[in-house]
Every structure is written in structure tokens, then in C-alpha cells.
Design a protein around this ligand. Structure first.
Ligand code: WTA
Length: 650
């Protein structure tokens, strides 16, 4: 991990954009005084503050008495209460919103479907009944490996309805990655599709599932949705068609009223060791924060058409495509495919057609659009937009300004939202009717969220100086554990400073107290908004027969934020070649997925190591970025290695 001294900021940004007056007038939170009042309320009596929010946000079948039971690092929220998340997303809206579109779906090939709250509820109940007929019950794990189609949301909600625990695996992950996750989660039933559309081609999901099933997974049944093919199923008693499963099932299904702390989902994410972590979220605290932050941060109104472009395979898809918007009864847009398919204006076409009012996307997409120039944007009427959001990695001020001026026509507030798979919901973000924004800053923590920048001794760092970002008090949507590995939970998140959640990010505040995120301080990188552990890529490389050792580091990249550079030493008898580079890149894509494919592979005779044998990644980061290291090399075992790596560069 990097030292805090290394976190030196080079950004000086002085532009400030106050919220437009018309926006503030109609907003849920209208001024910094409003924000401060909420903040003080939460500070004065956190139990009352969160208890009130939970009662307002959720339908409770049985009320809770205890707001928080905190035995660090274990939290239980709203302890005695019982609720059901599918009920909160659907049933409670039906009297008023039965005929309102819940999901506006657009497939990549151009097929479209509008699904009302009434229809969505029926589909969820039918699938829930279908899953019941397969023996799925409360607490069972269900895998979801689907393209971005409405059935992905239906699947998640059907699990929630039954109290089954879903584990969604991003459709871009490989067979190996899928198998590892399904096995770790102990998945009983897997919901998948024959394929999905991406960049005009079929993503062969079913083929990956079949390959995954050649190894032990514990999966008993695979339910297959027809999306791209002719509906033919693979041979064998394990496989059954989605249509056949739901056909004839009743469209009502009594929700399973679960305890607040009943597990809702497991979502795998990268950490600084090779094995992905199954981040475990439970029901009520997660649901409450997801609902509240969606309304506050996106300032939702009844007539909004809201579009979050994330895939359901990531946490953003969980909280801000499915659960947050549906709990708030808004219309949410779901798009299956690539942003520039068939042309560079696909996003803007969608916004114009559906009159999208809120767009929530990632800096990597914004930078890619910026590169394409203003032309494709100008072909469309984007006047329906009133708010823009960004998530997943730091957004550079230039991209922020382009987003605001070109996409938002200079009139829409931009909310740069910081959070993580582990936090479950947005933690640091402007409130668009209240917070004056600065391009590139996530501004301030939301009320009740104690995000603080500390040094290694737990002391708050002075303004202007970098430090480590902690959350010093528990919050309702925090992760509860690493699935099956409570020790890893405690060690990864609560060992830096006892009892305080360590985010793995570096940050600083400026003279006005604004928070600026400065990237990861561990071996996790953000490639095109996707979170990857460099150790995962390394272990994939080392699994190749010709590789002796590998070190993977991030290098700043204009488009992707970070690009992956792999330093590889070969086993004796193997010679470096371009063909081998290709072979290794393809090997990583097969082991993990195309998102982890290294952008550059460099062969080396040796890797720089400390005397105790640890690879000195910070040196490699410098070499990868082409910087001449000013770093301390006194512990380096063999300076010749470093010289040789640099020479290869020249
Ligand atoms: C980074 C995605 C700067 C950060 C929701 C964090 C950000 C990691 C921002 C979590 C932001 C996310 N500004 N950095 N607005 N949002 N990050 O788990 O490094 O996929 O720790 O969750 O993304 O990624 P994850």
C-alpha cells in the first residue's frame, strides 16, 4: 500500500457552479442550510435520524425497535423489523402506478419494450413461483448471468420476493470467472440466457455456462432465457427454458417477510489479493439507503425518466438501475448494448426518444464521447435532460466541463458520486439543489455519513493535504461480511484503524472542505470504470504454462482512466515474442474476461524486489508510466533489474 506522503495532489480547480435557482426551488434539498440541518440532525442523534429515515423509506410488515446494534466490525440495523424488498419496489406502488412504465427497455438491435409496474409485478411473481417449483426457498443462493434485459431485473426481484439471495455475475466475465463465483456462493439455480447483444455480435453466455459446468459448481438447474437464438436448449436434465418455467404460473406470490438482516445479495468484487470477494449485503439497511440516496442525489420527481447506464452485473446496476429507482416509483431506462452501436449517437438517440431527464454514467464513457466530438450530440434534442451524474472513478475536470456544457447544455447540475460495492449506496456527492459544485470534486459526504480523511494514526489530515479515506461510523447499507470469510471482512476493511471502515481510496479536502478523490492506494485499479485487482490478473498470467512471474500495475490512460501493464518473466526455454504477448493477453481474457486483458505486456528478465522478496510495484508503476522514479530504492535487491526494465522501454 502507498504511503500517505505519496498522495500529492496536482489539481487546482477554482471554478464553482452554484445550483441553478429554478432547480433549487423545486428540489428536495434546496440549500446548504437544508443540508447542514440534516447533517446536524444526524450528528445529534444518529439512532433517531436513521430510524426515522427507515420508517419513511420502507414498508414494514413488522416494526423494528433497535435501530443499530454495533459490535465492531459487525453491524445489525433495524433489528427486529421485517420487510420484503420486492414488495417495496412493486406492490406498494400498484394502487397508484399500475399503468406507469417501470422499465423502458431498448435492446441493442433496436427492439423496444415498455413494462408497467403492473406487468413487472406479474412477471416477478410468475418467476418467483417458477423458482419455488424448482425448490428455491428463503436463504438459497441463485446465480444471475444475463444480458441487460428486463428479465435481469425480474430475476433479482423474484429472488428478493422469495428471500433467496442473488448473485449477479457480469455478462462480460468468462466461464472460469463464472464458475469460481458460483461455487463460492453455493449457487443452486442459475438464471441465464442463450446470449446477449454487444457491438452487433452475440455474447455467448450459454456457451460460457456450459464450459463453467464442466467443473464442480453445485448448480442443480439452469434456466435459459431466449434472447439471441432459436430457443434450443443444451442437452441434459439440468437445463430448462425460462418460458416453460414461468408458463402457467400464477401471477401472484405471497412475499416472504424477511428479517432486516436477512441476506439480499452477494456481489463479487476485486480486492488486493487474487481471489474476488463476495460482498454481502442484507435487506433493510441496504434498501433504505438505496432508496433515499436515489431520491436525494438525483432529486427524483414523479415524472422523471431516469437512465443509469450501468450493467446490472455491477453494484451501480443493483442500487441505481433496479432497486433505488423502483423503490421510488420512477420510470427507469434499460439499454442492452454498447454506447456507440450502431453509431456514435446511440446514447443521444435514446435520450431524445425517451425524453430522459436524468442521466447517470461513467467518466470513461464521457471521455470516449468527448473524443468523438460534439457532432453526434448535436444531432439530437437533449433538452429533456435536467440532471447529470457520474460514478466509478475520478472524473477529470475537462470531462466534467464537457459533460456539463455539451451534454447538459450548461443548464444541468452535475453530481459526481463517490461510493463502492461495499458501501451499497452513494456516500459522497453533491445534492444538486443545494451544493455548489466544482469540476472533479465529489464535494461533501451525505448527511449521516462520516467519511473522513485520516492519516495512518487516525488523525484527521489538515485541509489541502492527502490522506486515507475512512468511514468512521457504521451506516445502514454497509456490507455485512465477505461471504463465507468473516476474517477477510475484518482484515480487509477494519484492521487499518480498529472499528473504522477503510475504503482503500486516497483523498484530500481543499481549502473549502470539498472532498477530492485521488484513486486507490492498494492494488486495485479502475479500468474503464471496472474495478480490477491487479493480483487477479497476475494470478491468471502465472497460471499460463510459459510464465514464471508476473506483476501487473496501472498506468494513467486518457480514455480508460487506467490501463493495465503486465511485466512478465518467462520460464526457461521460452523466448519473448509478439505472438506470445497475444497468447498471454488472450489467456487473461479467457480466465477473467475481456475487461481484464492487459493493454501492454512487457517481458523482463527479472522483476524489482525488496530484500524480503516483495515485488516493488511502485517502481513498476513509474516504469510503466515512463517516469523516472524519484522513489526510494534503498530496499531494492538488484538495481540492475530496474535499469534493464527501463532500457527495454527506450
Ligand atoms: C472508485 C462503484 C472517484 C473508487 C460504485 C472506489 C470513484 C471504487 C468514484 C469502487 C468517484 C467510484 N470518484 N473515484 N465518483 N466512484 N470510485 O466497487 O476508487 O466498482 O473505491 O463501485 O471506484 O468501485 P466499485
Amino acid at each position: 500500500m502507498a504511503d500517505t506522503q505519496e498522495i500529492v495532489s496536482v489539481l487546482t480547480e477554482s471554478r464553482v457552479f452554484p445550483p441553478p435557482a429554478e432547480f433549487s426551488q423545486r428540489a428536495h434539498i434546496r440549500s446548504m442550510q437544508d443540508y447542514q440541518r440534516l447533517w446536524d440532525e444526524a450528528e445529534k442523534d444518529p439512532q433517531k435520524y436513521w430510524g426515522d429515515r427507515a420508517r419513511e423509506e420502507l414498508f414494514w410488515k413488522e416494526p423494528f425497535q433497535t435501530v443499530l446494534d454495533w459490535k465492531p466490525p459487525h453491524a445489525r440495523w433495524f433489528v427486529e423489523g421485517k420487510t420484503n424488498l420486492a414488495y417495496n419496489c412493486l406492490d406498494r406502488h400498484l394502487p397508484k402506478l399500475k399503468d406507469k412504465p417501470a422499465i423502458l427497455f431498448e435492446g441493442e438491435p433496436g427492439d423496444r419494450r415498455a413494462i408497467t409496474y403492473g406487468e413487472l409485478s406479474q412477471q416477478v411473481n410468475r418467476l418467483a413461483n417458477g423458482l419455488k417449483s424448482l425448490g428455491v426457498k428463503k436463504g438459497d443462493r441463485v446465480g444471475i448471468y444475463l444480458p441487460m434485459v428486463p428479465e435481469a431485473a425480474v430475476a433479482m426481484l423474484a429472488c428478493a420476493r422469495l428471500g433467496a439471495v442473488h448473485s449477479v455475475v457480469f455478462g462480460g466475465f468468462s466461464a472460469e470467472a463464472l464458475q469460481e463465483r458460483m461455487k463460492d456462493a453455493g449457487v443452486k439455480v442459475l438464471l441465464t440466457a442463450d446470449g446477449g447483444w454487444r457491438k452487433g455480435a452475440v455474447v455467448p453466455l450459454m456457451k460460457n455456462v456450459e464450459a463453467a459446468l464442466t467443473h464442480a459448481t453445485g448448480i442443480e438447474k439452469v434456466v435459459v432465457l431466449t434472447r439471441t437464438g432459436d430457443g434450443k436448449l443444451p442437452e441434459g436434465p439440468k437445463f430448462l427454458a425460462w418460458d416453460a418455467l414461468v408458463k402457467g404460473q400464477p401471477d401472484t406470490c405471497e412475499p416472504e417477510w424477511v428479517e432486516s438482516e436477512h441476506p439480499l445479495f452477494i456481489l463479487y468484487t476485486s480486492g488486493s489479493t487474487g481471489k474476488p470477494k463476495g460482498v454481502l449485503h442484507t435487506t433493510a439497511g441496504y434498501a433504505m439507503n438505496a432508496s433515499l440516496t436515489t431520491r436525494w442525489v438525483f432529486d427524483l420527481r414523479e415524472d422523471d425518466v431516469y437512465w443509469c447506464t450501468a450493467d446490472v452485473g455491477w453494484v451501480t446496476g443493483h442500487s441505481y438501475v433496479v432497486y433505488g429507482p423502483l423503490m421510488n416509483g420512477v420510470t427507469t431506462v434499460l439499454y442492452e448494448g454498447a454506447p456507440t452501436q450502431p453509431g456514435p449517437d446511440r446514447f443521444w438517440d435514446i435520450i431524445e426518444r425517451y425524453k430522459v431527464s436524468i442521466l447517470y454514467t461513467a467518466p470513461t464513457a464521457i471521455r470516449a464521447f468527448m473524443r468523438l466530438g460534439d457532432g453526434p450530440v448535436k444531432q439530437h434534442d437533449l433538452s429533456s435532460l435536467r440532471l447529470l451524474g457520474s460514478v466509478g472513478e475520478p472524473i477529470n475536470p475537462e470531462a466534467w466541463m464537457w459533460y456539463r456544457d455539451v451534454i447538459g447544455g450548461g443548464r444541468c447540475p452535475v453530481v459526481d458520486t463517490w461510493w463502492q460495492t461495499e458501501t451499497g449506496s452513494i456516500m459522497i456527492s453533491p445534492l444538486p439543489g443545494a451544493t455548489p459544485t466544482k469540476p472533479g470534486s465529489a464535494t461533501f459526504p451525505l448527511p449521516g455519513i462520516h467519511a473522513e480523511i485520516l492519516d495512518r494514526d487516525g488523525k484527521r489530515v489538515p485541509r489541502g493535504q492527502g490522506g486515507l479515506l475512512f468511514v468512521t461510523k457504521p451506516w445502514p447499507s454497509m456490507l455485512r461480511s465477505v461471504y463465507g470469510d468473516p476474517e477477510r471482512y475484518a482484515n480487509t476493511y477494519f484492521s487499518e484503524l480498529p472499528g473504522m471502515y477503510f475504503t482503500g481510496d486516497g483523498a484530500r479536502t481543499d481549502a473549502d472542505g470539498y472532498v477530492w478523490l485521488m484513486g486507490r492506494v492498494d492494488d486495485v485499479v479502475n479500468v474503464a470504470g471496472h474495478r480490477l485487482g491487479t493480483a487477479e490478473v497476475e494470478s491468471a498470467l502465472v497460471a499460463h504454462a510459459k510464465v514464471a512471474e508476473a506483476a501487473v500495475v496501472g498506468r494513467p490512460d486518457d480514455l480508460k482512466g487506467t490501463a493495465l501493464v503486465a511485466f512478465v518473466t518467462l520460464k526457461q526455454g521460452n523466448a519473448p515474442s509478439d505472438a506470445l504477448k497475444k497468447e498471454l493477453a488472450a489467456h487473461v481474457a479467457k480466465e477473467i474476461g475481456a475487461i481484464a486483458r492487459p493493454d501492454e505486456i512487457r517481458f523482463a528478465e527479472g522483476l524489482p524486489k525488496t530484500r524480503s522478496g516483495k515485488i516493488m510495484r511502485r517502481l513498476l508503476r513509474d516504469v510503466a508510466a515512463g517516469n523516472h522514479s524519484t522513489q526510494d530504492t534503498t530496499t531494492l535487491e538488484d538495481l540492475n533489474v530496474l535499469a534493464a526494465l527501463r532500457q527495454n522501454d527506450e
